[in-house]
Structures are given as structure tokens and as C-alpha cells.
Ligand binder design. Structure first.
Ligand code: 26W
Length: 817
């Protein structure tokens, strides 16, 4: 079959014909959703042509394939990025315009798949884009949540959560693959039986959930490679049978169906705070088991039963510990289903699986109650027990008699299964997501493991796809860059550094600033339309957008704004360059202090708005429902990027890189990837403040920090803190954020007050803000900094990250172009 062309005329024809065939409508009569679907499925047709070629190529060459397992993939919308990667944006734009349709309005019809909380899930999505663009064979594997991360509404200044039913109108990009459906088993018990003189483990009386895969194509930029994101959906094996229906037992039958299907119903909205909920355990096992079964099935098709070859042909990467049950599951399949012995299975498993850690926050480390694992996954539990027994024997030889140390390193101890220990002990690679984070893993989190297996540890700094986070979201800047330095940087993003000399070119800076202004105007329109808030595009745009968490210290930003407000209202002669502070942040529904912080920010916005002189200089905007699509408008419009985490706590951060790439100047701590951003741009082009990571860690150890001494000595800060509870911010309910206030001053249960050093870093933050405000008054100097930030951001492309992973861990061969 000759490949169809996707020139302007064929695109038009395809859209018209699809509307005709599926909706019986002409372009003029069709609804926006119908038009969206017709356009999207035209794009999909174009992708599918490549898809079959790529699939055949992988099968023919029997290439090694990566399986990237992640409980979250925060994909964002697909249509525009797909057009971009097909190098067809011009054709689609023209075709649509000739049909009298605006591309932008079509793009806005696409529901955003929010199958992730934040950094970890968005990283997985960036990785898929880079893998395809670098022609590396890969499959992303996750859960097809019926409900993604909740939609956030702000009602009376407070967060309200609404369900995100993103699948309501169907998903154009996915294809069900019924032939790969499989069963996942829970509960029951394991019998040990003798067969041919060998012990066999037979799982009985389990209940079954069917896993049905849906594949989404992932196109690379200007390449033949199309990888897939496979999302698993849970289905009951039980169909409503007419018998039980007739006997009036249909309630019972449908209860059983619901029990199975609840597994892929909803994404857990907690990021960082981990709770040992049974449904979450079932979710994790559900998609890991289904994925592992598929991996082995595909491997056998290509390579037969030669499982020694597995590490050469397959790599399994687990994105944090959530898919860590891949370890015992692979062992189970190799031993119980394929008949391998323990040692062989263990060796293959270790060689095949690699692990990335994404946080050192103790409360995020995944632990499961031993009894729950035993009951829900009895065979997996047996394997974990045996792994633990052998591991502890080995640890004993390194640390004889050191029970506490061994308990700390064990897979099972103190009644819990420790997923991080399982992952470090049983995979061949553990890596951190920035250089600093990698060091902390070795020095602290996995200190003892690093003593006995140092070769396993490495750090590969995170990255972001410059296709979505520059080319797609900032097309004007993209053209300016191409006019200046050509297009090589698109394939070799480090070459963006060729832009650096243009920082000294006044005409270039002028254009750069103009583009920022256009992007600011675009954001102003969005804020006006969505929230009815008027913003003056002449203000400086200053943004902090990320999940709401105490360690990210949105409160530091808010207190500083309050101090600025006080300066304005108490001193008639005080002036400053007008600035609008944007916040975008969702709080986990059960995280009380995070929700109070949202309340505080909204109260601050009101307070300022009500003061006639303050509002000339200051504005606070809390952007509702911060998601990928909002980020794509917000980030290109921002001039200042706030990266305020307590040093050592943010493993990497990836938002920081997105702002940098779009020419925002960062004010931040020496944390995560900020450290490497500072290295790239130099200290003159970033505003670094606050305690360094080793000081923070010393302070935790010493446990002598007392925020009250700062409270007593810093008058401006004390006044702002007092305003949290004296009725200034909440006239009718002064106690609204009292708990937050107390957490900053007083410790509880033996813990110290202000555990994230907000007061401690406030002075330094405030000084950095002063320096920044002073520098901003000189436009030549400011825009020079901005250009340098974009120019030096190439190293933070996820293409660089993926190349490093591939060189050090995966060793995949690129498919032929
Ligand atoms: C079980 C609850 C839970 C859910 C998610 C615990 C932990 C997580 C993730 C590990 C949290 C996360 O998203 N971590 C972020 O990962 C990014 C990508 O590496 C980093 O850039 C961020 O610094 C890190 O916070």
C-alpha cells in the first residue's frame, strides 16, 4: 500500500471526509469537538503509517527494548506536539485556515490526560518524547486511570477538588490491544507440591482481575520511530451473566465487577506523602504484573526460551519504587512459569532491572505492611521473604552482629516491606536525578549500601523535552533562535549555547524582550478569560508554579510579598517596579498546611487588591488548576522563576529548567538541579540565596535551631508573621491559618519548629530579591541575563539525559532512520 501524503490538500480532504463519514456533517455544521476529533484522527493516521514501519523494524532487527515503568505519566495534550514532531505544523495550520478553522481553538478542545501528580510523572513523559526522537526502542507502561489528578477550583480562596473525567469523550490517541490482555491474580494461598522430583509453587483460590492494554503512539521528532505508551485498564473477568440476573443476584455480580474495576479508577493525588493503602498496592502490582507478563511473552516470540538473553534484549527501568514489585514478579514468572532455578532467576532479574530514586523525603519512602503483602500477594511475599533471607545473610558477612544496621537495610523488617531497599539490593543500578541528589543518596539515604556496592550508584541529571517546553510552547522564541543560529540545536540542544554571544547584541535583546512581552499578553488573556482577573502586562511577571509542599516554601515567597506590601503602606515615598506574583499549585486533598498556604496566598491577593497604592506596585494571582496546558502558557510569559526549596530537599526540580529555557531568571537555593543551572550561567545570571545543603543537613543533625531568635530580631518578618493571625489577612476569621503560623515558630512532638528553615533563610532571600530588583532596573543587563539563561539551557534537554541513561545503563541501539 503506498503511503498517503500529508500535504495541505490531503489534510483538508481527510478532515472533510471524516466529518462526513462519522458525523454526517460539513465543516460548517460540525461542533468544535467533532472538528477536534477529525483533525486528531488525521494526525493519528499520519502517525500510524510510521508506526507499522517502526514495529516491523524492531521485530526484524530483534533490537533491545526499554520498558519504562512508571505509576504516572503526566503527558499533557498530544495534538500540537504530534504535529510538531511530524514536522507538519505549517501544513495543518494552513489546511485548517483554508477550511475556516482556527488551529488554536481546535487545540483547546483536547482534554488533557493528567495521569500524574508532578515532577516524577512529567519526567516520564519528557523521557518518552526524547526516546522516540533519538530512535531508541522503548515502551512506557502505566495505569489507564479513568480519573486523573483532580481538577482544582478555588472557592472563597480555598481549594476544592473536582473529579477529572478526562475519558468522557473518548481518547482519540489510544488503541485497545485485546490480544495482549492478561490476568492478574490477588489473594488466595500458595501450595507447595512435588512434581518430577521438584518443588512447585501453585497459587490457588485467588481472584482474577483482567488487564487490558491501550496503546498510545509516541512519535519522535522528524524520525520514523514511533514508540508506545501502554496504559493498562482493569476489567472484571465476570460479565453480568443472565443467570444471576434472572435470580435477582445481579447486585452481587455487579459488586464483584466494581471491585475489580476500581483498580484503575483513580490516580492517588498524594505526591511525597505515602500511605500504605491496600488499593494502591493492588494498583502497583496490577500494572507491573501485566507489563512483566507482556515483556516475557514478547521476548519469547522473538528469542524463544533462551532467558539468559533477557538482560541483553530487555531493560526494565523502574521510575521510583512504585513499580518495584517488578523484581519479585519477574522472579516469579522465570521460576514458576518458565522453570528456572532461584540463582539463575535472581541473576537475570538483577541484570535486567534498573532503578531511579526521586526523593529523599523520609515520608515518601514506600513501605508496605508485611501482613497486607502476604494476604494480597502470597507468592510475591514468599519470594520477598527468600530474597530478604539471602540478603540478610550477605549483609551479616559485611556487618557481623550489627543488627540495627542490617534491619535498616533489609527488605523486610519491623513488620514492613521496604521497597527502596528491595530496589537497591536487587537491581544493578540506582541513580539520583541531579548531581547533588546522587551525592545525598550515597552519603545519607543509602549510605550503608554505598559502602558495600558502590558500583551501583550514579547520578544522571534530569531534563525536559525542548520540543514541548520551547518549540511548541514558545514558537516565536524558537523562530528567533533559528534566525540567529540556525536549526542544528533542535537535534543537538547543547548547541543552544551558540546563542550566548547574542546576549551582547542590543538588537537581538530587543527582539527577545518583545517576544517575552507577546507571551505575557497571551497569559494576560488567559487569566482574564478563565478567572476574570485583569493583569497589566507592563508589570514584571514573577512565578512560582509547582506542587504545594512545605519544603518548596511557597510561604517564603508569600511572606516576602507581605513585607513588600507593608513597606508600601507604611512609607508613602516607597516605590518599586510593579510586579505581579503568579502562583500555580495543587495541594494534596489531605495535606492541611498546604491547603492553608493556598488560602493564605488568596487572602494576600485580596489584601493587596483592596489597597489603592499597594495595587499599583503589587499583584498576586493564584492560577486555578495548574496543569501542563497552563504551564505551557505561564512559563514562556515569566521573567522571574522562584525555586525556593530548602537545600537538599528538592531532588532535582524540572520546572526550574523550563523557566530557564524560556529566558526567565531564577531566584533560588543551591538545591537539586539549581546547582547545575548556576554552574551553566554563572553566579551573575542567577540569584542564589539561603543555606547550602550541607549546612541544612548539619542543622538537622544538631537539632538546635530555634526560629524564635529570628522572630525576635527581624522586625519586618515578625510583623508579617503576626499579620497571618491578627486579622490583617483574615478579618472575619483570624485563626484561618493559625496552624501554619504555629508550625513556623513552634516545634511539636520533639521536632523543631520551622522544619524547612523559612525564617532562617528569609533574610538572605530578601537580600537576593533586593539585588534582583535593582538589576532589573537596567534593561540591557537584565535581558542579557535572560538570553544567557536560554543559551545555557541546552544541557537540560531530556535528550542529553536519555543519551546518558543509554550510555551508562540501557545500552540500546538506535533504530535505523
Ligand atoms: C507514594 C507517594 C509518592 C508519590 C510520588 C511518593 C513519591 C513520589 C515522587 C517520587 C515524588 C516526585 O515527583 N519527585 C520529584 O521527581 C522529580 C523528577 O525526578 C524531581 O525533579 C523532583 O525534585 C522530585 O520532587
Amino acid at each position: 500500500m503506498p503511503a498517503t501524503k500529508f500535504d495541505k490538500e490531503s489534510i483538508k480532504e481527510s478532515i472533510i471526509s471524516k466529518l462526513q463519514r462519522y458525523n454526517g456533517r460539513s465543516v460548517k455544521e460540525a461542533s468544535p469537538q467533532q472538528i477536534y476529533k477529525a483533525v486528531a484522527s488525521t494526525v493519528r493516521d499520519q502517525i500510524m503509517q510510521k508506526f507499522t514501519v517502526a514495529r516491523d523494524e524492531r521485530k526484524a532487527t530483534k533490537s533491545k527494548r526499554l520498558y519504562y515503568l512508571s505509576v504516572e505519566f503526566l503527558m499533557g495534550r498530544s495534538m500540537y506536539c504530534n504535529m510538531l514532531n511530524l514536522v507538519s505544523t505549517k501544513e495543518y495550520r494552513e489546511a485548517l485556515s483554508e477550511l475556516g478553522i482556527s488551529l488554536d481553538s481546535v487545540l483547546n478542545e483536547e482534554p488533557e490526560p493528567g495521569l500524574g501528580n508532578g515532577g516524577l510523572g512529567r519526567l516520564a513523559a519528557c523521557f518518552l518524547d526524547s526516546l522516540s526522537s533519538l530512535d531508541l526502542p522503548a515502551m512506557g507502561c502505566t495505569i489507564r486511570y479513568e480519573y486523573g489528578l483532580f481538577r482544582q477550583k478555588i472557592v472563597d480562596g480555598q481549594q476544592v477538588e473536582l473529579p477529572d473525567s478526562w475519558l468522557e469523550n473518548g481518547n482519540v490517541w489510544e488503541i485497545p490491544v485485546m490480544e495482549d490482555a492478561c490476568e492478574v491474580h490477588y489473594g488466595g494461598h500458595v501450595d507447595i507440591v512435588e512434581q518430577d522430583g521438584k518443588q512447585k509453587f501453585v497459587h490457588r483460590d485467588y481472584y482474577t482481575v483482567e488487564a487490558v492494554p491501550y496503546d498510545m503512539p509516541i512519535v519522535g521528532y522528524d524520525t520514523q520511530t514511533v514508540n508506545t505508551l501502554r496504559t493498562w485498564s482493569a476489567r472484571s473477568k465476570k460479565r453480568i451473566d443472565l443467570n444471576s440476573f434472572g435470580q435477582g443476584k445481579y447486585a452481587q455480580a455487579s459488586e464483584e465487577i466494581e471491585l475489580a474495576e476500581v483498580i484503575s479508577k483513580v490516580l492517588y493525588p498524594e505526591d511525597k506523602h505515602y500511605e500504605g493503602k491496600m488499593l494502591r498496592l493492588k494498583q502497583h502490582y496490577f500494572f507491573t504484573s501485566a507489563t512483566l507478563q507482556y515483556i516475557i511473552k514478547d521476548f519469547k516470540k522473538l528469542h524463544g526460551n533462551n532467558f539468559e538473553l533477557l538482560p541483553e534484549k530487555v531493560c526494565i527501568h523502574i521510575n521510583d519504587t512504585h513499580p518495584g514489585l517488578a523484581i519479585p514478579e519477574l522472579m516469579r514468572i522465570l521460576m514458576d512459569e518458565e522453570g528456572l532455578g532461584w540463582d539463575e532467576a535472581a541473576e537475570i532479574t538483577e541484570k535486567t532491572i534498573a532503578y531511579t530514586n526521586h526523593t529523599i523525603m523520609a515520608e515518601a519512602l514506600e513501605k508496605w505492611p508485611e501482613a497486607m503483602v502476604r494476604q494480597q500477594l502470597p507468592r510475591i511475599y514468599m519470594i520477598l521473604e527468600e530474597l530478604n533471607r539471602r540478603l540478610c545473610d550477605k549483609l551479616w558477612s559485611f556487618f557481623p552482629g550489627e543488627w540495627e544496621r542490617i534491619g535498616h537495610m533489609a527488605i523486610i523488617s519491623y513488620g514492613q516491606v521496604h521497597m527502596a531497599n528491595l530496589c537497591v539490593a536487587m537491581t544493578h543500578s540506582t541513580n539520583g536525578v541531579s548531581q547533588l541528589h546522587g551525592d545525598i543518596l550515597k552519603e545519607e539515604t543509602f549510605h550503608d549500601y554505598n559502602l558495600i556496592m558502590p558500583e551501583k550508584f550514579s547520578a544522571i541529571t534530569n531534563g525536559i523535552t525542548h520540543r514541548r517546553w520551547l518549540m511548541s510552547c514558545n514558537p516565536e522564541l524558537t523562530s528567533l533562535i533559528c534566525d540567529a543560529i540556525g536549526t542544528d540545536w533542535i537535534r543537538q540542544p547543547e548547541q543552544l549555547s551558540a546563542l550566548r554571544p547574542f546576549a551582547d547584541d542590543a538588537a537581538f535583546r530587543e527582539k527577545f524582550a518583545q517576544i517575552k512581552q507577546h507571551n505575557k499578553e497571551r497569559l494576560v488573556r488567559l487569566v482574564q478569560n478563565r478567572q476574570g482577573i485583569t493583569v497589566d502586562p507592563a508589570f514584571i511577571f514573577d512565578t512560582q508554579a509547582k506542587r504545594l509542599h512545605e519544603y518548596k516554601r511557597q510561604i517564603l515567597n508569600a511572606l516576602h510579598i507581605l513585607v513588600l506590601y507593608n513597606r508600601i503602606v507604611t512609607d508613602e515615598s516607597f516605590t518599586m517596579e510593579p510586579r505581579v506574583f503568579f502562583f500555580g499549585a495543587k495541594a494534596s486533598p489531605g495535606y492541611y498546611r498546604a491547603k492553608q498556604t493556598i488560602r493564605l496566598i488568596n487572602a494576600l491577593a485580596d489584601l493587596i487588591q483592596k489597597h489603592p497604592r499597594a495595587r499599583k506596585y503589587l499583584q498576586v494571582v493564584f492560577l486555578e488548576n495548574y496543569d501542563v496546558s497552563t504551564a505551557e502558557v505561564l512559563i514562556p510569559a515569566s521573567e522571574i522563576s522562584e525555586q525556593l526549596s530548602t537545600a537538599s530537599k528538592e531532588a532535582s526540580g524540572t520546572g526550574n529548567m523550563k523557566f530557564m529555557m524560556n529566558g526567565a531568571v531564577t531566584i533560588g537555593t543551591m538545591d537539586g538541579a539549581n546547582v547545575e543551572m548556576a554552574e551553566q550561567v554563572g553566579m551573575d545570571n542567577i540569584y542564589i540565596f539561603g543555606m547550602r545543603s550541607d549546612t541544612v543537613r548539619d542543622m538537622y543533625r544538631e537539632n538546635t535551631y530555634n526560629p524564635m531568635t529570628i522572630y525576635e530580631s527581624n522586625d519586618e518578618l515578625r510583623r508579617a508573621l503576626t499579620q497571618l493571625i491578627d486579622g490583617t489577612l483574615f478579618p472575619t476569621n483570624p485563626a484561618a491559618v493559625q496552624d501554619l503560623y504555629h508550625s513556623l515558630l513552634m516545634g511539636e512532638n520533639g521536632n523543631m519548629g520551622d522544619p524547612y528553615f523559612v525564617l532562617k533563610d528569609f533574610g538572605s532571600y530578601s537580600m537576593a530579591q533586593r539585588r534582583m530588583a535593582a538589576d532589573h532596573k537596567n534593561p540591557d543587563e537584565w535581558w542579557k541575563k535572560a538570553v544567557i539563561n536560554t543559551a545555557m539551557s541546552g544541557i537540560f534537554s531530556s535528550d542529553r539525559t536519555i543519551r546518558e541513561y543509554n550510555e551508562r545503563i540501557w545500552h540500546l541501539t538506535p533504530l535505523k532512520r
